[in-house]
Design a protein around this ligand. Structure first.
Ligand code: SF4
Length: 250
């Protein structure tokens, strides 16, 4: 089996959601938030990937405006709203971050590693940013959504665990001094960072999940896991469980 870190994390969250997204491939039109999110990720990469001088705030905004011009927004009002939100996020980022001081070692890094008890499966992904810190490495995953995970949810987040595993394997020769990788969610709208650690024992549980996932796909068995996540599930309109769950819980 070959699949992305996002797909594995989706499966661990709700097997039915995985089926809707990756097996049934239900159609989702890109919203203003998807387009804006993609542009902000590109701007953050632009800020941290210049070889000589870190771009100024004005240069970053100019780059964002160029992207927005080519973005396929539904109408002028949507585009104007996205531009205002984007500029606010960039200004906040510069106010909150020492952009020239952070030791960024990779941006939008493609990763690939084997997983499962027999290492029979291939997991791929793309990490937004990796920093070198005084204790080792920090994975940073940018979020442009309004909804934020709680610190408890962040500690359990499988996508971050997968990224930590990718970093441990990629920099294995430099990992002898530490047993863990820092993982952070950076909410660009508010500047909120939720940080935790992933140890070597944390990353071992990935193999069990990937084995279960491969078996589930083979048998076409996908159990729904209705809960608080349903309110933010992007495929809830296709989910028969959602209506039942909402009726009894909201
Ligand atoms: S709405 Fe809830 S139960 Fe349905 S697919 Fe999404 S997360 Fe799963």
């Amino acid at each position: 089996m070959q699949c992305s870190c996002t797909a594995v994390a989706t499966y661990a969250t709700c097997e039915l959601k995985y089926r809707l997204l990756y097996v049934d491939r239900v159609r989702r039109s890109p919203t203003i938030y998807h387009i804006l999110g993609t542009h902000i990720h590109s701007v953050l990469r632009f800020i941290h990937s210049q070889p000589l001088l870190t771009p100024s705030e004005e240069e970053a905004i100019k780059f964002f405006l160029q992207l927005s011009d080519s973005g396929f927004y539904g109408n002028t009002a949507e585009k104007r709203s996205a531009i205002m939100q984007g500029i606010e996020m960039i200004r906040r980022y510069y106010a909150d971050t020492d952009v020239a001081g952070v030791r960024v070692i990779a941006t939008e890094l493609p990763v690939r590693f084997s997983a499962g008890s027999a290492a029979a499966h291939c997991i791929t992904g793309r990490i937004d940013r990796i920093d070198a810190t005084k204790d080792g490495y920090e994975v940073i995953d940018y979020k442009t959504s309004r909804h934020m995970m709680s610190p408890q949810e962040q500690k359990r987040d499988l996508q971050l665990t997968l990224y930590a595993r990718a970093v441990m394997e990629r920099y294995a020769d430099r990992m002898h001094a530490t047993d863990s990788v820092s993982v952070s969610l950076y909410y660009v709208r508010t500047g909120t960072i939720i940080r935790s650690q992933r140890t070597r024992s944390d990353i071992k549980r990935i193999d069990t999940i990937v084995d279960q996932m491969a078996q589930s796909i083979q048998q076409s068995v996908y159990h729904p896991r209705p809960g608080s996540i349903c309110a933010h599930c992007e495929v809830r309109q296709y989910c028969p469980e959602y209506r039942t769950h909402r009726k009894h819980n909201y």
